[in-house]
Design a protein around this ligand. Structure first.
Ligand SMILES: Cc1cc2nc3c(=O)[nH]c(=O)nc-3n(C[C@H](O)[C@H](O)[C@H](O)COP(=O)(O)O)c2cc1C
Length: 271
């Protein structure tokens, strides 16, 4: 008997019984009905720290210094055949938990460079059309940084928790995405959006490079900032050399720092 494919769902919303969770369950349910084995991760169960910017993960290559669940998440995702990622919109973009993981992906890029090949679908939820411009590209960016290759994405509009379950059209699209991930089948990109990151753009702008993912319709097919190759170049050509560049100017920086030492504003904290 052929081995069953394993799909993982990630719920980025911390809202219990929310729309992101509902859509992940619908997408995974469709894949399970078609024979997949499915698991789900709630980011609200995980300890996720903010990147501290020390870059030890890059220069030492030993992972992040923080003792939390982010390395576990990246390793866990890598063990699955496909990924479904769902995120809510907060103030035009993806909720902060998504960006926190994007920043922490640097440690994983250094340890595990390579192709982004895992079929992945993203399910975004918003409350108000026109107030959701950045949720899809940013959620898709996380999907790619988690090792994904985007096969489909959607945005649903449903403000109340679970309200999305009343929209049969969206549920069908979530099922389609679940099946596309299982079958590793590319769905058509949304109209009026960048075909790679799905950033909404005016029709005339679609002929020019995407300001978010860098996809250039006139350039080589499939080239953009978040390919394995491009991410490896970013690490090799910018991140690694930035250390030597900084060390070469360290004394200059120390002198400049001494000049601002004269004025130190009073530090205020809660408590
Ligand atoms: C703090 C906050 C900010 C929000 N900002 C937006 C917004 O800018 N645009 C929008 O369309 N919806 C916004 N929403 C609505 C949510 O995206 C919507 O309720 C969504 O269903 C939440 O998904 P969830 O149920 O999975 O948590 C906001 C909700 C919250 C709690």
């Amino acid at each position: 008997m052929p081995e069953r494919k394993r799909l993982l769902g990630i719920v980025a919303s911390h809202r219990a019984g929310g729309n992101s969770e509902a859509l992940v369950r619908v997408a995974l349910g469709a894949a399970a009905d078609a024979g997949a084995e499915t698991d789900i991760v709630y980011l609200s169960d995980l300890r996720v720290g903010f990147c501290r910017g020390c870059l030890r993960c890059v220069y030492k290559g030993q992972g992040c210094v923080q003792d939390d669940d982010v390395p576990w998440l990246f390793e866990t995702v890598a063990a699955y055949d496909g990924l479904i990622l769902a995120a809510p919109t907060y103030l035009l973009g993806a909720a902060a938990q998504v960006k926190a993981l994007i920043d922490r992906a640097v440690a994983d890029l250094v340890r595990r460079p390579g192709p982004r090949s895992k079929p992945t679908g993203t399910l975004c939820v918003a409350g108000l059309p026109g107030w959701d411009h950045f949720v899809r590209p940013v959620t898709n960016q996380l999907a790619l940084l988690l090792g994904g290759r985007l096969v489909g994405s959607l945005t649903a509009y449903a403000p109340g928790p679970g309200e999305v379950l009343l929209d049969e059209g969206v549920l069908q699209r979530a099922r389609d995405i679940g099946l596309a991930v299982l079958e590793d089948r590319l769905l058509p990109p949304p109209e009026g959006a960048c075909p790679v990151c799905h950033l909404k753009r005016p029709p005339e702008a679609l002929r020019t490079p995407c300001p978010f993912c860098g996809h250039d319709p006139a350039g080589p097919e499939g080239s953009h900032r978040f390919t394995g190759e491009s991410l490896a170049r970013f690490v090799e050509e910018w991140m690694y050399p930035s250390r030597e560049r900084f060390l070469a100017r360290r004394q200059e920086v120390e002198a400049a720092r001494a000049a601002i030492e004269e004025f130190r504003p009073r530090r205020v904290r809660p408590g």
